[in-house]
Ligand binder design. Structure first.
Ligand code: FES
Length: 100
């Protein structure tokens, strides 16, 4: 992975996509650029992550950290805290019950 610190899988499945996948991707890319992390984070759009009830979802490695029910503001917060400072954002992490 070279200089890559994190890899993000943004769910592009059939439930997450109509619930704002494109807006989340834009927020993610904008905030990574603003935080000068765009070279350090590999962003991919995945297939369904099997947590559709909590859409829209994304997963961060190393981890996995599963974030759910996301908004663009949540994604920006995750970039600022988790990716820039290594502090996962508890408010947006999936609960145990949501994990599989
Ligand atoms: S479509 Fe995203 S978890 Fe299923």
């Amino acid at each position: 992975m070279g200089d890559t610190l994190y890899r993000i899988y943004l769910c592009g499945g059939s439930t997450c996509t109509p619930r704002g996948r494109d807006a989340l991707l834009r927020a993610l890319e904008d905030e990574l650029w603003a935080q000068r992390l765009d070279d350090k984070v590999d962003v991919r759009v995945s297939g369904c992550q099997d947590r559709c009830d909590y859409a829209p979802n994304l997963t961060i490695w190393p981890g996995p950290y599963h974030y759910s029910q996301l908004t663009p503001a949540a994604v920006r917060e995750i970039v600022q805290q988790h990716l820039a400072h290594g502090q996962p954002v508890a408010a947006w992490l999936s609960s145990e019950a949501e994990r599989r």
